[in-house]
Design a protein around this ligand. Structure first.
Ligand code: URA
Length: 211
């Protein structure tokens, strides 16, 4: 299979057979999946992006961080969370004793919305299949959702992050910890303390799995 339309027809055939989801299982399958995603033109963001930012990190990480969408620097470099918000994310991780290189980091949207505007509903719809494949593949023990879009996409809801941050939720059998988005924290420094508590909680959840 070498084009998105072929993959779509294949998935449709599977659906008609009662198989709802194709799970990317091997690293090789993931690599060819990423190559397909890089060619994606399922929504308008394909016209304005420089790079598709699929995500990065350890393929079998115990912890996954999900942001909103690539910003300007991420779009330029093709890597998630490499700008100012990314530096804050890395600091929060390190302060909690979590190593960036041992985690998996990605976004709901794989392409940058122009001027960093909020993702549109149809863009999330078009893109969320890629995120679910990443979760299926990495099989993290803990997911930290950064901001409302990541949380609301996983749970198909419309929650305010201020209401649910710090509460442990379950997505399938994975612990999910919703917290603030680092870009929000850059504008609201007084909330950094709460975010630090959330990252500590995520670390604690991880340790519970390891012992
Ligand atoms: N904001 C996000 O949500 N993701 C990034 O990768 C960078 C900034």
């Amino acid at each position: 299979m070498n084009s998105l339309s072929e993959i779509r027809s294949f998935l449709l055939a599977l659906k008609q057979m009662g198989i709802e989801d194709l799970v990317v299982k091997t690293e090789r399958e993931l690599k060819s999946f990423i190559e397909e995603v890089k060619k994606c033109n399922k929504c308008r963001l394909a016209e304005t992006r420089t790079h598709v930012v699929f995500g990065e990190g350890k393929y079998d990480a115990d912890i996954m961080f999900i942001g909103e969408a690539p910003g300007e620097e991420e779009d330029r470099e093709g890597r998630p969370f490499v700008g100012k918000a990314g530096r804050l994310l890395t600091r929060l991780m390190e302060d909690a004793g979590l190593k960036r290189e041992e985690s998996y980091i990605c976004n709901v949207l794989k392409c940058r919305p122009p001027n960093n505007r909020d993702p549109e509903k149809d863009e999330i719809e078009a893109c969320k299949y890629f995120l679910f494949q990443q979760i299926n593949f990495v099989k993290p023990k803990v997911i930290v959702t950064l901001g409302r879009h990541a949380y609301n996409t996983l749970f198909e809801t419309d929650e305010k992050i201020t209401r649910i941050r710090g509460e442990i939720k379950k997505f399938r059998d994975v612990n999910v910890l919703p917290t603030y988005h680092p870009s929000f924290l850059l504008r609201n420094e007084s909330k950094i303390k709460e975010a630090m508590e959330d990252f500590e909680k995520a670390k604690y959840l991880l340790l519970r799995y390891r012992h």
